[in-house]
Design a protein around this ligand. Structure first.
Ligand code: LLP
Length: 419
């Protein structure tokens, strides 16, 4: 469910006409709906309420959309944060998220990052190798602290999503193989400065079926029993993120959060662990659109090329993962047309959709890409010396620019003395 709807002939974000935002800020621009984010946060919190022992923590995966204004809204909804860099950690803290509601994930945490997060406080470091645990042990020992740690398990489960966002198979870089878990925990228990307390798994993103998640969680459950038998006091199980969002009526429909919550309740009933969840896309994906303007329509061999002023640098998902995004005219003219939707970047990969039947539009018309609230602005870059796309937050009839357009061209300056 989202709050982008047509009212009297033109699409609005909540009560604000998108035409007004495009007029004031220019295009391309990301537009987020506060009501949609709040709704999704509530749906997730409700879905997992009462799961596990103690209060479950929904730690929003900051990577999906790290905008400070977005983080503040989600903090207000009671979400914690899953961070994967010290930059994300700082953003989460700046948004008011308490250290004991932050988990630190990521396969390549540096010593500097771990030292700062340990000093500032975290609920848990999700370590991805015994080598990382050894480094954390040395840092914690030097700070005279005890670092809360859990290992990320690679359950070798096929998630059934795009290969580039699959993370839990033996050929992925993430986590430690289940078969090596007992050895890793035994060593970690002997290392100074570590409080071995948890376990975690994350097998991929935009998952449509919850069956692979269930298989991964069952694997985790077996390990929790074995680890306790070996002497580790596992109290916290972090089940990662990954639940997909609907992209359109004729696209694959992912399992609903309620079904996910029911599965978790069933699988974890006898774990006696506090549970953590790390949803990203589920919270913000459908809470954002990318608003763009048609630069021109150019004849093509099979279909016209609809050239918009957003490019693959602004929204990378179609180019990277062949992702499907709904594309609509902001003020539909009534007719439909079959077109190829492309950006201005000098690569053939700068293609949003081929042979897409959509609202007929003309040069100068506004168009939007749906489901762009997650992994949109945050993955944007300055390729082709294009500025970073601005971001706007809408709340009812109010809206604000929450990140301005950033022109990177002045960063190309070189030292004038350099020859
Ligand atoms: N936890 C961990 C450890 C993760 O690596 C991720 C996502 C999440 C949680 C959140 O997953 P979500 O609930 O959002 O599916 N750029 C790609 C998605 C990459 C996801 C990376 N990790 C895309 O645009 O589809």
């Amino acid at each position: 469910m989202d709050h982008f709807a047509n009212r009297s002939g033109s699409l609005h974000a909540e009560d604000v006409p998108l035409t007004a935002i495009a007029e004031a800020v220019g295009t391309p621009v990301y537009v987020y709906s506060v009501a949609t984010m709040k709704r999704h946060a509530e749906v997730m919190l409700d879905a997992v309420a009462g799961c596990g022992s103690g209060e479950p923590l929904v730690a929003y995966a900051v990577k999906a959309n790290p905008n400070g204004a977005v983080l503040r809204v989600l903090q207000g909804c009671g979400l914690g944060a899953d961070v994967v860099s010290i930059g994300e950690y700082r953003r989460a803290r700046a948004a008011g998220i308490a250290p004991e509601r932050i988990v630190f994930s990521g396969v390549g945490k540096t010593a500097e990052e771990m030292a700062e997060a340990l000093a500032g406080g975290v609920l848990q470091f999700n370590a991805e190798s015994i080598e990382e645990a050894r480094m954390l042990s040395a840092i914690a020992d030097a700070q005279g602290k005890s670092a809360p740690i859990g290992f990320r398990i690679n359950p070798d489960v096929e998630a059934g999503t795009h290969a580039k966002i699959t993370t839990g198979t033996a050929d992925n870089k993430f986590g430690i193989p289940a078969a090596e878990a007992l050895g890793a925990y035994a060593e970690a228990e002997r290392l100074p400065g570590l409080k071995v307390q948890g376990i975690t798994v994350h097998i991929g993103s935009q998952l449509v079926s919850i069956a692979p998640l269930e298989a991964a969680f069952r694997r985790l459950g077996e390990l929790i029993g074995a680890l306790r038998a070996q002497g580790s006091d596992i109290r916290l199980a972090d089940l990662g993120g990954g639940l997909g969002v609907p992209h359109g009526a004729d696209q694959p429909q992912p399992a609903l959060p309620e079904a996910y919550g029911a599965m978790v309740r069933r699988v974890t009933a006898d774990w006696n662990c506090r549970l953590v969840f790390e949803p990203g896309r589920l919270i913000v994906g459908n809470a954002g659109v990318l608003l763009t303007r048609v630069v021109r329509v150019k004849p093509g061999a099979s279909h016209p090329w609809l050239i918009v002023d957003a490019g693959m640098n602004d929204l990378m998902r179609p180019a990277l993962y062949d992702a499907w995004h709904g594309i609509e005219a902001v003020t539909p003219r009534g007719a439909k047309a079959t077109v190829n939707v492309v950006g201005p970047v000098c690569e053939s990969g700068d293609t949003f959709a081929m042979a897409r039947e959509m609202d007929a539009v003309e040069a100068g018309d506004l168009v939007l890409f749906r489901t762009a609230g997650a992994y949109g602005a945050t993955m944007a870059n300055g390729y082709n010396s294009r500025p970073l796309t601005p971001e706007v937050l809408v709340d009812g009839d109010r809206w604000a620019l929450v990140r301005k357009r950033i022109d990177l061209s002045d960063c190309a300056e070189v030292d004038p003395d350099w020859r």
